[in-house]
Design a protein around this ligand. Structure first.
Ligand code: HEC
Length: 104
């Protein structure tokens, strides 16, 4: 009986880890198709993009200070020179915003 409870606990832990990995991959995929062309593969825009459009790298303190909710709001509503990104579900916006916060 004790063993069964333990194995269920282990299974739950494995599932929790697996789903968080899937979540991150989803965000990465959305980033790649919807953000990368302006923000760069790792969150640092190309120098030309940075200069022309005024995009800060994710390492910038102002970018670091944004919460995932603020990132999500920029994606859905746009901000300054960045237009709202269309064609994303709420879940995809959430996933890509969380992923954006992992870029340094
Ligand atoms: C067409 C180019 C383009 C695409 C695509 C794009 N961005 Fe941006 N993004 C910009 C520009 C330009 C700015 C700077 C806006 C400004 O300050 O005027 C910006 C700024 C931001 C900011 C900072 C907003 C703030 O509060 O200062 C975040 C966060 C951001 N983008 C996230 C994303 C995410 C996430 C995606 C993908 C879902 C994305 N962007 C796709 C051009 C783009």
């Amino acid at each position: 009986m004790k063993n069964m409870i333990r194995s269920q606990f282990v299974l739950a832990a494995v599932l929790a880890v697996a789903s968080s990995i899937c979540f991150a991959q989803d965000g990465a995929a959305v980033y790649k198709s919807k953000c990368q062309m302006c923000h760069g593969a790792s969150g640092t825009p190309s120098p030309a993009m940075a200069k022309m459009m005024g995009i800060k790298p994710t390492s910038d303190p102002a970018m670091q200070a944004l919460s995932a909710a603020q990132v999500a709001s920029t994606v859905t509503n746009g901000k300054g020179k960045m237009k709202a990104i269309s064609g994303l579900s709420d879940d995809e916006v959430k996933a890509v915003s969380a992923f954006f916060k992992t870029l340094k």
